[in-house]
Write a protein that binds this ligand. Structure first.
Ligand SMILES: [Zn+2]
Length: 455
């Protein structure tokens, strides 16, 4: 006869071994390029840009104070997937290959996981960053959309088709998935397809000089900033429609409530803020590094979360959910427990330019900002914002020593790449011509419909 105590022990052993043996649920990571948080419905925007995202995540965790680790795509995405700060993973530039020594989520997941990625930004192609070997399937085809300006990307519809087609053709359905889809559409130039291009109309006029807008974002003859904002919102509405379609397709054959689904932007974008027009990557202003971060799935605490969180937390959360290996020296927190984030937590971010760098830290309502230059890591400029009194960062205040400022200075001094300029690195290939995505044939679309993956 087995006593109650033994039963308890057996139950405990059973619980432990099932945790180890049974595959964990799917993980779906959606990243959106250049999406500032205040243009989503869940973050209070009133224009109806994101009905799909709002519905998928309204009962999940909504992080109101989330930050990208870097102000541009490549370093930010490597932080998302590695759980490390840029100075720890070393990617500071576009077309800089990731070191093989840096582990990413797919390297650290339990081997039962099948991993696949669908990206749409040229700086995330395998030639540019070297991710393909980390995934079982890495789809980095691009369109010819902006070939005149030598900026290549793949639109949200084609990216979604590729991901759904892969899901439909997948043979081994017993393995859990780690699926990453990166959408680029809100990135300049703001040229959503019809009817999204005409979805928003402004009143009044806000003049802007064309030469104040980055060349790749300028729209011929359009000198009204409000028109750019309409089109930016149109891109968001378009990508939202496709994300809704992707998640619907996923949900037709898998239970979305069993999956951990995360959505985050790699960085934001200035609109008309402080006369910085439609740009990112050059600074750590809130418009650029304060981003949306949404999460839903088993064990995810629901509600609006006020803790300071970062892109580096994404990898930590995924690995904790899946029972993967930990991140050596990782600073991330598990986002499933949003209200447990330490209110004194310090979150760090940066923007590396070729000859200098902006570094920033947030703690409480404070934000510390430092400009760093040269081999000696000089800090020629440093200041502070009080975001409770001055959320628009209108008044730079005197730098005041704090726990956050001390950590920031310590990191600047110990950065192996002074001022964020890597002393040596492997250069990825700039794309001279895009790899053109094969168009989905009528037959394939029919097959997708038959499987319930497309409408
Ligand atoms: Zn980006």
């Amino acid at each position: 006869m087995v006593g109650a105590a033994s039963l308890a022990v057996l139950a405990l052993l059973g619980a432990c071994s099932s945790r180890q043996d049974a595959p964990s649920g799917d993980i779906v990571l959606i990243t959106i390029d250049t999406l500032r948080s205040d243009h989503l419905g869940l973050y209070g925007y009133g224009r109806g840009t994101t009905p799909g995202i709002d519905e998928w995540f309204q009962d999940g965790a909504i992080f109101e104070r989330a930050y990208s680790a870097e102000a541009s795509t490549s370093p930010s995405v490597v932080s998302l997937l590695s759980g490390k700060l840029p100075q720890e993973h070393g990617v500071r530039l576009f077309f800089q290959l990731l070191s093989e020594d840096v582990a990413l989520v797919p390297d650290l997941l339990p081997p039962s996981y099948k991993t696949a990625a669908f990206v749409s930004n040229m700086v995330l192609t395998d030639e540019a960053i070297g991710f393909a070997g980390r995934f079982d399937h890495y789809d980095d085809f691009l369109d010819r959309r902006e070939s005149k300006r030598r900026v290549f990307e793949r639109n949200a519809e084609t990216t979604t088709n590729a991901a759904l087609l892969w899901l439909a053709r997948r043979r081994d359905r017993t393995r859990p998935l780690f699926l990453w889809v990166h959408y680029i559409d809100p990135h300049g130039p703001y040229k959503p397809p019809s009817p999204f291009a005409e979805a928003f109309e402004h009143e009044g006029r806000l003049p802007v000089q064309l030469d104040r807008i980055p060349p790749f974002t300028r729209l011929e003859g359009v000198e009204d900033a409000l028109e750019y904002i309409d089109r930016y919102d149109g891109e968001i509405r378009y990508v939202d429609r496709q994300i809704d379609r992707f998640l619907d397709g996923y949900a037709r054959n898998q239970d979305p409530d069993q999956a951990l689904i995360l959505l985050m932007a790699d960085h934001g974008e200035t609109m008309a803020d402080r006369e910085h027009w439609f740009h990112h990557s050059f600074h750590v202003y809130e418009d650029i590094v304060h981003v949306p971060l949404l999460l839903r799935g088993p064990g995810v605490e629901k509600g609006r979360m006020q803790g300071l969180v970062s892109g580096i937390d994404v990898a930590t959360t995924i690995l904790a959910f899946a029972g993967g290996r930990g991140i050596a020296g990782g600073r991330g927190v598990d986002l499933r427990f949003g209200s447990a984030v330490d209110p004194n937590r310090i979150v760090l971010f940066e923007a590396s330019l070729v000859d200098m760098q902006w570094r920033g830290a947030r703690q409480g309502d404070g934000k510390w900002v430092a400009a760093v230059s040269g081999e000696k890591r000089l800090i020629p400029l440093r200041y502070r914002y009080d975001l409770r009194e001055d959320p628009g960062e209108g008044t730079a205040r005197d730098w005041q020593g704090s726990e956050a400022s001390a950590l920031l200075e310590q990191l600047i001094r110990s950065d192996p790449d002074p001022a964020g300029v890597p002393s040596s690195y492997a250069k990825g290939m700039k794309l001279s011509a895009p790899k053109v995505a094969p168009t989905v044939s009528k037959e394939q679309l029919e097959a997708l419909r038959a499987l319930g993956y497309a409408e």
